[in-house]
Design a protein around this ligand. Structure first.
Ligand SMILES: C[S@@+](CC[C@H](N)C(=O)[O-])C[C@H]1O[C@@H](n2cnc3c(N)ncnc32)[C@H](O)[C@@H]1O
Length: 295
């Protein structure tokens, strides 16, 4: 496997994903009962934005750096979710005494968890896994394994509540898309109320739309015919049909928490305004009342 997330850490897609992850965890924390955060493709947890890998593509410049620059300008982010995200990054940096670090999904997730919550992080690459283990210490279970295969082992959790993040690299694109479909079905079969957040790349808008349509048809069967509310959140910073690389970032969320879509429309609009100053792209939030029953 060639994929190294350090090249992409803090880019616009990371920001889109991490703001949403934090908002979902905050919403789930409205209930006192504990939950399991299961991150099947966790990465190394903490990235150094000044290291050679991160500087190579300088992707953070179009993501977290742009959002932070806005913070000290007249266009200061005002939406609660964006200010919470920026404040969380600052807190993690000061805890770590490292002003250049950027927290990936595991560290940002841990930051939002309460004492009654638990986290399991899975990462397949031994070097990334070792870095992740060092970054989280004893605060979570960390496995060096295939997240698609290990997912079933952790579900259903004893808490009967879970947020499952599925964020593969899509290096073997078709295979990863197929695995994601299977993992989504498996998760919902094991825990019907699981909040599942799947990240997907938007490289060509039409392909993405076909995949989402196909997923909507197959998903209920895979999930055992259950009715599952879903939410799609997309942010693109280049035209959606531009074939040159990653145009946008997509999130498919099963069982979204109550009222999250309304808030998302506000923060995503602001995020898009900040990360796409030339207005080459766009954003969308789409709710489906439910995926129709297949049984
Ligand atoms: C997009 S990155 C994850 C980024 C992380 N979720 C974040 O937001 O900070 C994908 C990660 O999945 C790892 N990976 C690839 N295939 C995997 C598999 N089958 N199971 C678990 N991890 C895998 C890669 O090594 C890489 O670190």
């Amino acid at each position: 496997m060639k994929y190294r997330h350090a090249f992409h850490a803090g880019n616009f897609a990371d920001v889109h994903k991490h703001v949403t992850l934090l908002a979902l965890l905050r919403a789930l924390a409205r209930k006192d009962t504990g939950l399991l955060l299961l991150d099947t493709h966790a990465g190394r947890g903490l990235y150094d934005l000044a290291d050679a890998d991160a500087r190579k593509g300088n992707e953070a410049a179009g993501g977290i750096a742009r959002l932070e620059a806005a913070q000290s300008s007249a266009a200061q982010p005002v939406t609660a979710e964006l200010t919470d995200y920026l404040a969380s990054i600052q807190q993690i940096r000061s805890e770590r005494r490292d002003r250049r670090c950027y927290p990936g999904s595991p560290l940002l997730g841990l930051h939002a968890l309460r004492p009654q919550d638990r986290a399991v992080f899975i990462e397949t690459q031994p070097t990334e896994h070792a870095a992740l283990r060092a970054a989280v210490g004893k605060r979570a279970t960390v496995e060096c394994a295939d997240g698609f295969q290990r997912l079933a082992n952790w579900l259903p959790p004893r808490e009967r509540r879970a947020l499952v993040l599925i964020d593969p690299p899509y290096e073997a694109t078709a295979a990863d898309f197929r695995e994601v479909e299977r993992a989504l079905g498996e998760t919902l079969r094991r825990l019907a109320n699981a909040v599942v957040m799947i990240w997907y790349p938007i490289k060509h808008g039409r392909d993405t739309d076909h995949w989402l349509e196909r997923l909507a048809q197959h998903w209920p069967k895979a999930a055992g015919g259950a009715l599952v509310p879903q939410l799609v959140s997309e942010l693109w910073v280049h035209p959606r049909d531009n074939r040159a690389g990653l145009n946008g970032s997509g999130l498919l969320i099963a069982n979204p928490p109550y009222l999250i879509a309304e808030q998302m429309r506000i923060w995503l609009q602001e995020l898009h305004r900040t990360l796409d100053p030339n207005r080459a792209g766009g954003w969308l939030v789409r709710e489906s009342l439910a995926v129709t029953s297949a049984s």
